[in-house]
Every structure is written in structure tokens, then in C-alpha cells.
Write a protein that binds this ligand. Sequence first.
Ligand code: GLC
Length: 663
Amino acid sequence: MISKYVFGDPIDTEAVVADIEPEAGRPKFGSIDSTDGFRFTYTMGEDDIVYGLGENVRGINKRGYEYVSYCSDEPHQYEDVKSLYGAHNFIIVEGRDNFGLFIDYPSRLTFDIGFTDKDILNIHTDGCDLVLYIICGESSYDIVKQFRRMIGRSYIAPKFAFGFGQSRWGYKTKEDFLEVVNHHRSAHVPLDMIYMDIDYMDNFKDFTVNGKEFEDFPSFVKDMKENHIHLVPIIDAGVKVEKGYEVYEEGVENGYFCKREDGSDFVGTVWPGETHFPDFLNPKAREWFGDKYKVLIDAGIDGFWNDMNEPAIFHTPEGLDEICDVMQEFIDDRNSHHVFEMTRMVTELANNPKDYRSMYHNINGKMVCHDLVHNLYGYNMTRAAGEAFERICPGERILMFSRSSYVGMHRYAGIWTGDNLSFWSHLLMNLKMLPSLNMVGLMYTGADIGGFGSNASRDLVLRWLALGVFTPLMRNHSADGTRKQEFFRFENEEDFRAVINVRYRLLPYIYSEYMKAVLNDDMMFKPLGFVYGGDEIAKRIEDQLMVGDDIMIAPVYEQNAVGRVVYIPENMKKVVFKADGTVEIKDITQGFNYVKLALNEVMLFIREGHCIPVGDAVEWVDDLDYSSIRMIGYPNARYDLYNDDGIHKDYDNPNNIETLVME
Ligand code: GLC
């Protein structure tokens, strides 16, 4: 049951697709004060669990900290950070009462979940034009499903996108890409995608290709495809200010860029230098920008990642002027400012709220300050692309994921979780974030495996790959200047082959579970408590997940660990994919168990009475041989295998499901 309450005059974010009549009166749970801003307060029971918030730091249970919904370019995903790239204002309170709550509000919103006052949930914002939805259901899982139905079916990626992808900020030349392909193919380490970071462009200009390095780009794309590799270029939000550059010229001429208050085009510096930001909240600008993807699709490209779309702004001319003045004062008088003050000022130049307050959109002919709609920017950039793909190649799936997002964007794309670090704690954070992302419809997701910033060690990459085996997006990506972390930079390449092979052996299961989850508004990654609700221990487990309906995973996430303690919520089959390609299957009993796992192995647990399909390893998705599938698990168990051609959109065809029985 969903109740909708409208406060003030909210902006239509198009997050929700269901038609729900607003109710008069006040919600059954919590109290609301909307006299000055908006405040929702609720007293939590001592043992209540709070789920949700999509892309954010900390645990599956969000209780005990304060989070801020304000899409942020945040490369330091430390524990004290409050906002990451997305804004997903959905939570579930489970315990004394059970309800879900979604606040459709596109600006800054704070969720204090027992941080200031241990039992008080306090959600507040300065604005008061918003829509509040309260969802009641029999369980948290049921509440998620209702919410998901309300926000519409999630984006579906093409099947090749479930293969392994290699990426690195720093691949510049054809040779850089060929080096990766050659290593993979000669060592027989599977590979389906190579990502093209900003250096493929001509001076970081969107929808251009560096003609010196890629003389005949379409034939390069074709050659790669013949080798079963999809190239996936990045598209940034900012458009370089450069006379004669078509995208810039057209945007200026048609008034498609965000403005300053005086009506001039807003300028912010990003990778290309000074840029303008397309006004993705203006449908005409959205259509115009979206159509630009065609130039790359025509060159044979069938996947993209949208970046810097919070939008990230390194600095504005105004911000820089201010700093220069302070610097000048310091040069003139060394006692005029403290050096810490200047360091802070320089750090705060980037993504400064002041800049977001001086940028304007044209929404239905009305100038609207960016700050008020900040969280919709990346969503609408990605929507621009998604809507364009429908026009350009309506019957085909295009791979698309974004950095920034808001609820609603899940209908157009997935996300990757941005600039993490090569930290063991970030491997664990990746795991914990997955169910929260699924709750808000973000199904095609994954983190930068091995970590983006800082230097990765061999064991970290291997352990992270062993988690990545289960995430729809399985991509190794790292930042320029950090230690290179492709498999061939490390010793014993066969260990990497062993782990990545497991992904391809399990791909029939992973793809099937992803598709069934999307088509049924369900989650692929569930906290244990969603399945074993009556088990008080299972409900508190934060480092294991249910993946699909049939298995549980418990990745190793600690340096030098040779195994870990796993909580087994019911008798299960422990399955270990060994480095030599054999599969070891043993019974494991309910309770806490210590399990060993070598660096080159992957482990999963099959639920009692279930079975899963396992195929042969192949080097690219197109080569998967479904006739090699054998079932592992419990005798007589049945499994509904979803499969389709992975290219077209014939999703709801009943022939896509085949029931397999374990002998
Ligand atoms: C941003 C992205 C990262 C990318 C880099 C250069 O930091 O999050 O993935 O590699 O920009 O484009």
C-alpha cells in the first residue's frame, strides 16, 4: 500500500511512473513539520534496522550515521563522507513498524538515522516543495518490490556487457588497446570489453575521436569486434568551449547550455579546460545532446559510460579570481592569511556549492537555480542518451551506465560506483552497497575492481575479482598515475584466468538472475535478512549476500586472509571453483563455519533444495555454449533458466524461460 503526500509546489522529477492520487492528511508514521523547510521525525525502536539510500557509504543497515543526498564528485570515499555520486532518497524502517519512505526532492536532503540522537530518524531539508511516499508492506522485501513497481522497470544491458571489461584511465593509443587485447587473447583470459577513457577524444571534446591516434576509427571498432571486443567510450557532461567545435557552436546558438543569472552561458573548468554544461532539464537540449551519440553508434560503438555528470566542476573563473585575490594578499603580506586557510580554499574550489547556486536551467521557460534541481543533472544526461537510443536503434540494447544518478535514472541505465580506492575496506563497501542499489532499481552495477585511486596489490585485485564474478558490471578500472592493475602486470597470470573463467562458467546463472530480477521488479542482491527474516543472526550479517534466488556469497575481503568465517543460515552446499577447473561441492551445516579459500578460487553456497546452472569457460560471451550446462546443487531441484539473444528487447517472451532439473 502506497500513500502519497504533496508538500508545496514540487518540481516534477519523473522519478515515479505509477499514477498515485495524493492523500490529504498526514502519514501514519512519524511526524512532519513543514513550517520552515521540511522535517520528518520518527522514533525508532531499539532494534529497528534501516535499509536503503542506494549509493552511499557504510553498511547495509544505515542506522547510526548521517547521510546527505547531494550528488557529489567524491574520490575519497572514506567513512566520514556523507554523499557519493547518486541521490536515492528511499529508506525502509524495519522493526516495531515496517514502512518504506521515498522523498522525491531533487536538492540537498539530510538523513540523520540515529546519529545525533540514537533512536531518532530525522530527515530534513531547507526546501519544502516535495512529494513524500510512505509504503507499507508485510516485509522490507515486499516494500522494495512495491517501490520498484512504482518507479518503473529497470534498464536492461546487452548480454555482452556481462562479460569481463578492462579499463584504465591512460589508454591513449591504438597500441595501448591492442596490448590489452593481445595479452588477454594469448593468455586465454576472457575479455569482452575495453573501456575508452577521456584520452580517445580530440582534446577531451565529447563526440570526437583523436584522429591522429585513430585514423580510421570505424575500422578499428570493427577489427576489435571481429576479435569479440566491444569498445566502450566515455562521454563527459561538460562541452569544451572552443570556437568551431560543432557541439559547442550548436549549443550556444540554440541556448542549450546552463546559464548564469545574467543569461550568459555558465562556464566551469573540467578536463577539456573551460566548458559549458548542457541543460539536460530542457527537453530540447536533451534531444539535441542525445542525438550526438549517433556519431559513435554509426562508427560501430554499442556501449557508453557517462561521467562527470554531478556535474563535476574543478573551478569556475569567478572562484579562481577569488583565490587569486587571496593569494595576492598573501604575497603582499605573509601574515594576512593562514596557510591552512588557503589550502582549504584551494580544495574547496572544486564542486563548490556556490557555483551550483550560480548556474541556471530553463525548465518550461522558467529560470531555475541549479542548486534546487542538482540531483537531477546526471539522471537527465543519461536519460538524454537513453531516449536517443530509442530513436537511433529502437530494437537494440545499448550498454549504458552513468556516474551520477537519481531515482528514475534506473530506467535508462546502470551505474558504476565511481572513484573508489585500492583499499580492502572499499572491497567490502562494494559488497554492502549492492543490495541498496538494487532497492532503488539500479541493477546493472559494479565498482572499479581493484580500486580506482591508490596502488592495488595483486591479492587485492584477485579477491576483488572474486566478488566481481557476481556483479553484472565486472570491470577492472584504475586512475592514471596509479600502479597498473591489468592481470598481466602481476605474477602467475593463471590465477587471474582461473577467477575470471568462473564468471563465464556462471554467466548463464548471473544473466538469468539479473533478467528475472529486472523483469519482476525484484532484487538480484539481497541482504540475508530478506530471505531469512526470522533469523536474528542472519538479519545482522553485513558481509555476505544472497545473489539471485539460489545462492549466497561470502567473499574474502581481508589482506593475507586464507579464508573467513561464514554464517550459514540453513544447511547448504558449499561450492568452490578450484584453479584447475574442477568444482568441489560439499555439504555445510547451519551456523558459523570457518572456510578456507585460496586467492585463485571462487566460492558460493547453494541454498537447500536449489540448484544452479554451470557452463564451460569461454573467452567471450558470444561463445557461451548453453549445451555444456550442467546443474549443481540438490537432487531433483528445479531451476528456471532465463535466456535470450542478449541483443534485442524481446524480454517478456515466455520461451525465454526453460525449467532445468538437477538429476
Ligand atoms: C573520473 C571518473 C573516472 C575516470 C576519470 C577520467 O574520475 O570517475 O572513472 O577514469 O574521471 O576520465
